[in-house]
Design a protein around this ligand. Structure first.
Ligand SMILES: *Cc1c(COP(=O)(O)O)cnc(C)c1O
Length: 357
């Protein structure tokens, strides 16, 4: 039996995609082999790869002057690749809105003059700090933000205003809502939350930012290396790219990012409305900054939280335990979580409240 998996990542994939992948697993499109067995230099893989890039560009509305890279190493490797490639003047400002944002900030400090322009740490990352242009330093190479904070359940509904290049870690909300790619110089995301299987990391970079990496930058981390070879400098994560490509086709089929965003807003609304109505459950995030992807909540006690997670799991609602930094519960309701999954969770919450209030 398939369960509703609320994991923060890796997370659910559309069932339709999983079934298609299963059907094609032994013999991809008459090739007589599985994509897992295929040379990354073969014609058949080349088509899978280029079609995935084209569909992704289409979904995100990526302008001509940007390059899409399919890399490995997770978003965490980009915490280093970004400063190694983009620090030319040697200065960058970071907005620290959570654990991953802080990791990115810390990693960058090895490579230049890095400042924290704003942080929400004083309130345990339950909001997004509002910034003005003047909060950023002069002569910086970029401003780094995390568009959706996976652990704390916050998101930017308005991007910070800056004349500097904006760099975004979009790991946990890419393709969940429309973005204007030209607002950014660089976007990166690990695939395992909203795109496909772990192993693939996507970078979208404005072309003029390619080719300025520091000498010490490892060859594999240079965007120039990867851009020159269409991300085939070495063996790419072929199977993850293929499954991601199927997710892109599926998303296009249902109406693209705009359509999935409407569903996401509806799903998150069901959950937040119930939490707000109830005096048993509580979400700590300030309302304007609530994420539609990750919804943390607590019951009145840590004992009840543990009981909730255990009983929910028995009812087929799994991986609801909150991150160790926050405690309580967290429902990650990415693109592939069906509306029925969120409805089932809300029904379970109602029942649990009645039984334990
Ligand atoms: C999960 C996550 C990461 C870490 O991603 P890896 O691919 O595991 O390195 C970084 N940033 C954000 C916002 C995330 O949600």
């Amino acid at each position: 039996m398939r369960v509703y998996n609320f994991s923060a990542g890796p997370s659910m994939l559309p069932e339709e995609v999983l079934k298609k992948v299963q059907a094609e697993f032994l013999d991809y499109n008459g090739s007589g082999m599985s994509v897992t067995e295929m040379s990354h230099r073969s014609k058949v893989f080349d088509e899978i790869h280029n079609e995935a890039i084209a569909n992704f560009k289409d979904l995100m509305g990526i302008p001509e002057n940007y390059t899409v890279l399919f890399l490995q190493g997770g978003a965490s490797t980009q915490f280093e690749a970004v400063p190694l490639n983009l620090l030319v003047k040697g200065k960058a400002d970071y907005i620290v809105t959570g654990n991953f944002a802080n990791k990115a900030y810390k990693e960058a400090q090895k490579y230049g003059d890095i400042a924290c322009a704003a942080s929400s740490k004083d309130k345990n990352y339950t909001f997004i700090p509002e910034t003005k242009k003047s909060d950023f330093r002069e002569d910086i190479d970029y401003v780094h933000i995390t568009t959706n904070n996976t652990i704390f359940g916050t998101t930017y509904n308005k991007l910070p205003e800056t004349d500097a290049v904006l760099v975004a870690d979009m790991s946990s909300n890419i393709l969940s809502r429309e973005y204007n790619v030209s607002d950014f110089g660089l976007i990166y995301a690990g695939a395992q939350k909203n795109i496909g299987p772990a192993g693939l990391t996507i970078v979208i970079i404005r072309n003029d930012l390619i080719g300025h990496a520091m000498d010490i930058c490892p060859t594999m981390l240079k965007y120039e290396t990867q851009a020159k070879d269409n991300s085939l400098y070495n063996t790419p994560p072929c199977f993850s790219i293929y499954v991601a490509g199927e997710v892109f086709k599926y998303l296009k089929g249902i109406g693209g990012v705009k359509a999935i965003n409407e569903i996401n807003v509806y799903k998150a609304g069901l959950l937040y409305d119930y939490i707000d109505e109830s005096d048993f459950y509580f979400n700590p995030v300030e309302k304007p900054y609530r994420s539609i992807m990750n919804v943390p909540f607590v019951t009145p006690s840590t004992e009840l939280d543990a009981q909730f997670v255990a009983e929910a799991s028995k009812a087929g609602l799994v991986s609801l335990k909150g991150h160790r930094l926050v405690g309580g519960m967290r429902a990650s309701i990415y693109n592939a979580m069906p509306v029925e999954g969120v409805k089932a969770l809300v029904e379970f919450m109602k029942k649990f409240e009645l039984q334990n209030k």
